[in-house]
Design a protein around this ligand. Structure first.
Ligand code: HEC
Length: 161
């Protein structure tokens, strides 16, 4: 009986050690930005103008000075390649917009920065949110003649805050 007891004590110590090590690992992961739901961000930040499905028919479009491009054809208009880097710059807007004067779309990099704050973790959250939205736009892309999006999107109402 003694030996197995000692063994299980050793096992317990090992388990405690593993748990401690794991929790340290979790702590360092806590410094990473969270995973954002790109669809929810899109619906809350973009759909008012660009429409629930990206067609460009959001509620405020009548008051805009331009006709919005259909966001489902970004890849098609770019020779079938999803223009991720370009979109990231356009949506962030902090670099690209200054050079191009006034533009009706909010400068999302600046808007999100105001919400998140100005330290390093906040910068990482801003980047992660823009990435999540760009990835969501990628799922919207129409590949063939049909529009698969309306099947792909699940209950948009549920995600609007
Ligand atoms: C206040 C209305 C408004 C909101 C909200 C808005 N946009 Fe825009 N967006 C515009 C306007 C106006 C343009 C310029 C016209 C155009 O290119 O469609 C534009 C352009 C774009 C373009 C370039 C389209 C192209 O093909 O040239 C992308 C991509 C885009 N918006 C994505 C987004 C995303 C993502 C969001 C949410 C984070 C968003 N927009 C929120 C008004 C808006």
């Amino acid at each position: 009986m003694r030996i197995p007891d000692q063994l299980s004590l050793a096992g317990l110590a090992a388990a405690v050690w593993a748990a401690l090590t794991l929790s340290v690992a979790t702590c360092s992961l806590a410094g990473e930005p969270p995973q954002y739901d790109g669809q929810a961000l899109y619906l809350n930040h973009c759909a008012n103008c660009h429409g629930t499905y990206g067609e460009g028919d959001g509620a405020v479009t009548p008051s805009l000075n331009v006709v919005l491009q259909d966001l489902r054809y970004l890849s098609q208009r770019n020779d079938g390649q999803f223009p991720r880097a370009w979109l990231t710059r356009i949506i962030d807007g902090r670099e690209s917009r200054q050079a191009h004067g006034p533009y009706d779309m909010p400068v999302w990099g600046a808007v999100l920065q105001t919400q998140e704050g100005y330290d390093e973790p906040a910068n990482a959250r801003v980047t992660a949110k823009i990435d999540a939205m760009v990835s969501y736009l990628e799922t919207m892309q129409v590949s063939g003649a049909g529009n698969e999006l309306e099947q792909a999107v699940v209950a948009p109402e549920a995600l609007i805050e």
